[in-house]
Design a protein around this ligand. Structure first.
Ligand code: SF4
Ligand code: SF4
Length: 191
């Protein structure tokens, strides 16, 4: 998958504007219902091993190698909220529907996360992507489009993550399914 860093060529029309507005509202809502007390021990057991960073500053053997994949329009949401230059966040083009092309943001060590702080914190913790909030729970899509989940055992908190947190996240992802076209689900798997 070729990464892109600019949305200039993507279609802009009323359909896109309406979808963006709906997703921005959804993402706002997600931040209210996703809470802490997840049983994660990031602060004491880890140095943000799941947050993509340059191999120049991390031993690759210590990295979890998680690819953070954003929801539709979550990249635009973060750009709007933080004001960072759009080239800081990669995206993959996606035909969301025959008339709507968007860019799905993602974060890999190829373009390390611009929100990771020097002391292994997340500078956008309150509004970080749902994919980041969910880790080490990782959703994936089956060939029939249904959603399934696994826990990344490379995460030092994999054994302490609470069942209630996992159940809540699974419910959140499942509730988003009606607004995730098959094209998005397959791109998510591919990234
Ligand atoms: S979720 Fe896991 S890998 Fe990521 S910072 Fe927390 S303990 Fe580390
Ligand atoms: S947005 Fe925050 S949690 Fe997600 S990869 Fe970047 S620093 Fe880590």
């Amino acid at each position: 998958m070729q990464a892109h860093t600019s949305c200039e060529t993507l279609d802009e029309n009323e359909d896109v504007a309406a979808l963006r507005s709906a997703w921005f509202q959804r993402i706002d809502h997600l931040q209210q219902i996703v809470t802490e007390n997840a049983g994660l021990e990031c602060a004491t057991r880890c140095t943000a091993r799941c947050c993509p960073k340059s191999t120049a500053i991390q031993d690759p053997a210590q990295a979890v190698g998680h690819v953070a994949i954003m929801l539709p329009f979550e990249r635009e949401y973060l750009l709007a909220k933080t004001g960072i230059p759009q080239e800081k966040l990669q995206y993959a083009p996606l035909e969301l529907s025959p008339d709507v092309n968007i860019g799905v943001g993602f974060i890999t060590s190829a373009k390390p996360c611009p929100f990771l702080t020097a002391d292994h914190g997340c500078s956008i913790h309150a509004i970080r992507p749902l994919d980041c909030r969910s880790f080490p729970l990782i959703p994936f899509f089956c060939s029939d489009g249904s959603i399934a989940f696994r826990v990344d055992i490379e995460c030092p908190s994999a054994k302490t993550i609470s069942a209630a947190f996992q159940a809540r996240l699974m419910e959140i992802w499942r509730n988003l399914l009606p607004d995730m076209p098959m094209s998005y689900r397959m791109l998510y798997n591919k990234l």
